[in-house]
Design a protein around this ligand. Structure first.
Ligand code: F6P
Length: 364
């Protein structure tokens, strides 16, 4: 018999399709199967800092399975251990507000937290497990870069969105005989670029894991034109860079626990390819279209299984676990396995060989 009666649930980091599926499964499993009370925490760890919570009932989570975003709100700037207290004049100081979070946890008599997020959120959760708060992590991110799980929910939807967008861009590329550069998200991991690039039949796929040669990219574009193929599609990850070059940083926010915002490599490459090849080249940044929208069935199913498993693991008496997918099995691993680490595409990932076999260039 477990002594858990009331749990808190929060969504941290960037939003992602499937978050509501997890919130729904956590809440329904907790209430319907086990008679627990569920408290929703607003805007990730910020809600714990500011004591913003609300009870979650079965009715609150009814009808949300198909909705993108998160009904709880999220935040990817709040690490309670290094909280940026911004003053009126715009200056800020970094302070530790863990005690405020602990006060919220005590005030609502939360026996455990279900923490839905990526590596940054798990790193924040680790601080609380060190203080004796039982946290069960659920791995979320469109980037698919969490260590410890084969897959995160949100990734499949992001790949579907990016693939659909590239398919549409292909039409204009073919009609106007252009080279088209499409920049996708993923931070330092090329999972979205690789999967969407392959699914859309992109001619060149550029990943952070395989630095590219500009000369080789231009050569492929030129060769395609000379062989009678009118257009070229280049799918580039926001974290990709030239051999010996640097990633392109869109913004640096020192108040954020994840201060580097990547973006802009697609535009740079577009200018370079056009200047070098004299072939008309256009740039599209898919941006936040990849984070929103209704989750594909795969993410709804993954989110539902992860949410259900989180409650089952909690009530089996286990502490500080991360719900993960290994092969086809939903299981669990130590939470700290995922904290603050990133899983990139391995160079022996079989899909790379399949891509090369069908003539895809990685720009080297
Ligand atoms: O981690 C998800 C992600 O969408 C990345 O792919 C991207 O680099 C980053 O978040 C963007 O974050 P923000 O919402 O702060 O712009």
């Amino acid at each position: 018999m477990s002594d858990i009666q009331r749990i808190g649930v929060l969504t941290g980091g960037g939003d992602c399709p499937g978050l509501n599926a997890v919130i729904r499964a956590v809440t329904k499993t907790a209430i319907l199967e086990h008679g627990l009370e569920v408290v929703g925490i607003a805007d990730g760890f910020l809600g714990l800092v500011e004591n913003r919570t609300r009870p979650l009932t079965e009715a609150d989570v009814s009808g949300i399975l198909t909705r993108g975003g998160t009904i709880l709100g999220s935040n990817n700037k709040c690490n309670p251990r290094k909280f940026a207290q911004v003053n009126e004049d715009g200056s800020y100081e970094i302070i530790d507000v863990t005690d405020r979070c602990m006060a919220t946890i005590e005030a609502h008599q939360l026996d455990a937290l279900v923490v839905i997020g990526g590596d940054g959120t798990m790193a924040c959760a680790k601080n609380f497990t060190d203080l004796g708060v039982n946290c069960i992590g659920v791995p979320k991110t469109i980037d698919n870069d969490l260590v410890g799980t084969d897959v995160t929910f949100g990734f499949a939807t992001a790949v579907a969105t990016a693939t659909r967008a590239i398919d549409q861009i292909h039409d204009t590329a073919a009609s106007h005989h252009r080279a088209m550069v499409v920049e996708v998200m993923g931070r330092n991991a090329g999972w979205i670029a690789l999967h969407a690039g392959m699914a859309s039949g992109s001619d060149i796929i550029l990943l952070p894991e395989i630095p590219f040669e500009l000369g080789r990219v231009c050569e492929v574009v030129r060769q395609r034109r000379e062989s009678g193929k009118g257009c070229s599609i280049i799918c580039i990850s926001e974290g990709a860079k030239e051999i010996g070059g640097e990633q392109v940083v869109k913004r640096f926010d020192p108040t954020s626990p994840d201060p580097v915002r990547l973006g802009g490599i697609g535009r740079l490459l577009t200018e370079q390819v056009e200047a070098e090849t004299k072939i008309e080249t256009r740039n599209t940044v898919l941006g936040y279209t990849q984070r929103g929208g209704t989750p594909v069935p795969e993410d709804r199913l993954l989110g539902t299984q992860f949410g259900h498993k989180a409650i089952e693991v909690l009530l089996s008496g286990q502490k500080n676990r991360l719900i993960v997918m290994h092969g086809r099995e939903v299981t669990h691993a130590p939470l700290e396995a995922a904290a603050g680490k990133q899983r990139t595409v391995p160079l022996d990932y079989p899909m790379l060989a399949a891509a090369r076999a069908v003539g895809t260039s990685f720009g080297v």
